[in-house]
Design a protein. Structure first.
Ligand SMILES: [Zn+2]
Length: 199
């Protein structure tokens, strides 16, 4: 992906965070910190996006369409590749793929009162898709932290991103790191916490 476009995304969101911890993730807030020219540049390179109106059922349909176009081995390769290269944007595709594969096709199904605004099947809240949806903060976390996602909106974005990134193949070093990770997990104590595992 284009390095300058990624830099524009990271800098815009970081500046918004520095300016307001409570509002930075709102479109109207972070868009104050980017020029139209830079936004168009990042958009052209598939790193930043306009907002979109997508309802619950459309989100499910698009996830289904996106996941059928992806080969499992390719997302496995992407995850492995992220281990040695630290190209963190490749890390979350595997988990998004697994969640999408196990997602039951459904229409919005209100939960029992007083939670009618939450889908009983996928837990998406109506407030998440009533307003136009923005994807730039999701992409920010992909590049910055390699975050894995659990909301269907994030998963949709992730899976629609996958075909836009160059295809990657893991190297021997990735296999070695994976084996080491497995050994650490298998030899950890039952009471060990995630933070200990991470170290
Ligand atoms: Zn649902």
């Amino acid at each position: 992906m284009d390095k300058k476009a990624i830099k524009i995304l990271l800098k815009t969101i970081k500046t918004a965070q520095d300016e307001s911890l409570s509002d930075w993730f709102y479109w109207d807030h972070y868009m104050q910190y980017i020029t139209r020219e830079n936004f168009e540049y990042a958009k052209k390179h598939g790193v930043m996006y306009e907002q979109e109106n997508i309802n619950h059922d459309e989100i499910c349909r698009r996830i289904e369409a996106a996941v059928t176009k992806i080969e499992k081995q390719d997302v496995v390769n992407a995850f492995l590749y992220s281990l040695s290269t630290r190209q963190l944007e490749y890390r979350s595709f595997l988990s998004s793929y697994c969640i999408a594969k196990s997602l039951a096709e459904h229409s919005f199904t209100p939960s029992p009162a007083p939670n009618e605004g939450i889908c009983a099947v996928c837990e998406l809240h109506t407030y998440e898709f009533e307003e136009p949806i923005e994807f730039n903060t999701i992409n920010y976390f992909k590049y910055k932290d390699g975050s894995c996602f659990d909301s269907l909106i994030q998963i949709l974005f992730d899976l629609e991103q996958f075909p836009k990134l160059p295809v990657v193949k893991p190297c021997e070093n990735d296999d070695k790191i994976l084996k080491e990770l497995k050994t650490i997990i298998e030899t950890s104590e039952p009471g060990d916490r995630v933070s200990q595992l991470k170290k």
